[in-house]
Design a protein around this ligand. Structure first.
Ligand code: NIG
Ligand code: FE
Length: 407
């Protein structure tokens, strides 16, 4: 059955927008008075609502002023965690740094204790609740990392919880193993811990089909560049896709990511001009995480520079209990866009098809025939309202794979 959804004052298709570099208004591929024809989970045609009417078996009529865009994609989150880190926040605003708190055994280690104390079913419920909130705000694809287990069994518990939550929420959850988040207290040597993970966890991830993605936090106090490069090479050799937490406080991670052929290098607050050039000449997506800058009271990553150099720029929330507790993709995109002077299409691309590239997905992120019918509508008549209102206007309609799941 062919279903037509519309009419919309504007459809932002981004159907022909390039994967990398700066974007101007024409990249939006706007269709006025538009409609989308859907069959099962896919878009089959996009165009003028009236001219599509004759091809539809059924019409989902949209009343009042609305715009339509592709479902949002958050390509970097840590929403599988137990407990809160409000205590860290209080310490940070009283003068301690994120890294000092981590060095003193708090920070990520605190979330590890709280996540280990939670059962798999508790964690499933928590991921479900957070994913549901994201879906209601228009995020139809959500990457979710492990990384607060830091042992073979606890990492498996987290990844199983993510897998179960994926069955319970109509968003697509894409899991990533971040066992290499920090070295757990049970191990004295970072190298010994990583070897343990490679030998004992990697085969289980494959055997139990828990994830095909591996991440590492390359940073002072986490894993150095040499160990990171070795670990990423081992992950690749074992058949995993790779991504890196790079250059959050010190540079070095981007080089590791690019040389390893990572799908994305994420954070980039401390990225140098040389690193920007490296990213621009690579296939690695540059992912900026404004939520972490806001959470830690730091400057934003150089999104403008990255785009002008020709990078593929994704924008993600980094939603986690420590550095980025807010988890609102639209608000954060509006805020970094205002500071970094990102055009509306650059912001929209960063949370749709360019974020899809960071997850190695090419079946979503644009409104055109053949793409999944992941769509969101906003109750406004002009697409500029979304970031102008700083992300406070939320979608009133969300369709995942052709099915209306919100509104
Ligand atoms: O991306 N920087 C490393 N990992 C996360 C934070 C995790 C945490 O503080 O719990 C991040 O910011
Ligand atoms: Fe992160």
């Amino acid at each position: 059955m062919k279903r037509l959804i519309g009419p919309f004052n504007e459809i932002i298709t981004m159907s022909a927008a390039p994967l990398r570099g700066a974007l101007t208004e024409d990249a939006l591929g706007l269709i006025p008075k538009g409609g989308v024809l859907i069959e099962e989970d896919q878009i089959i045609e996009v165009g003028n609502f009236k001219s599509l009417k004759g091809k539809a078996d059924h019409i989902d009529l949209i009343k009042g002023d609305h715009i339509l865009m592709a479902g949002l994609i958050d390509s970097h989150t840590h929403i599988c965690f137990g407990g809160s880190r409000a205590g860290d926040y209080a310490q940070r605003v009283a003068g301690k740094t994120y890294q000092e708190i981590l060095k003193n055994g708090g920070g990520i280690h605190d979330s590890v204790n709280k996540t280990r104390a939670a059962s798999e079913s508790d964690l499933t419920d928590l991921v479900k609740m957070r994913a549901k909130r994201h879906l209601e705000e228009g995020v139809t694809t959500i990457e979710v990392k492990s990384g607060y287990g830091l042992s073979v069994d606890e990492e498996i518990k987290m990844l199983r919880a993510i897998q179960s939550a994926n069955e319970l929420v109509p968003a697509d959850l894409i899991s990533t193993c971040l066992a290499a988040h920090v070295c757990p207290k049970e191990f004295n040597s970072h190298e010994e811990y990583l070897n343990h993970i490679v030998e004992n966890l990697f085969p289980e991830l494959k055997k139990q089909n828990l994830t095909n993605r591996i991440d590492i936090f390359t940073e002072d106090g986490a894993f150095d560049t040499l160990l990171s490069a070795k670990y990423l090479a081992q992950a690749k050799a074992a058949g995993f896709e790779i991504t890196v937490h790079a250059d959050q406080f010190t540079s070095g991670g981007t080089q590791v990511a690019v040389e390893a052929g990572a799908l994305s290098a994420d954070h980039l607050e401390a990225t140098s001009d040389a690193d920007v050039a490296l990213l621009a000449n690579s296939e690695t997506v540059a992912t900026v995480l404004p939520g972490a800058s806001l959470g830690l009271g730091m400057h934003y990553s150089p999104a403008r520079k990255l785009l002008d150099a020709g990078c593929c720029l994704a924008i993600a929330t980094d939603w986690n209990p420590g550095s980025a507790p807010m988890g609102d993709l639209l608000i954060q995109t509006a805020l970094i866009g205002a500071s970094e002077k990102l055009s509306i299409p650059e912001c929209m691309a960063g949370i749709t098809f360019r974020a899809a590239k960071a997850l190695n997905l090419s079946d979503r992120g644009r409104i055109k025939s053949g793409q999944l019918a992941d769509l969101i509508s906003f109750p406004v008549g002009d697409h500029r309202e979304i970031f102008y209102q700083q992300g406070k206007i939320k979608p009133d309609g969300v369709w995942k794979s052709g099915t209306r799941v919100v509104g």
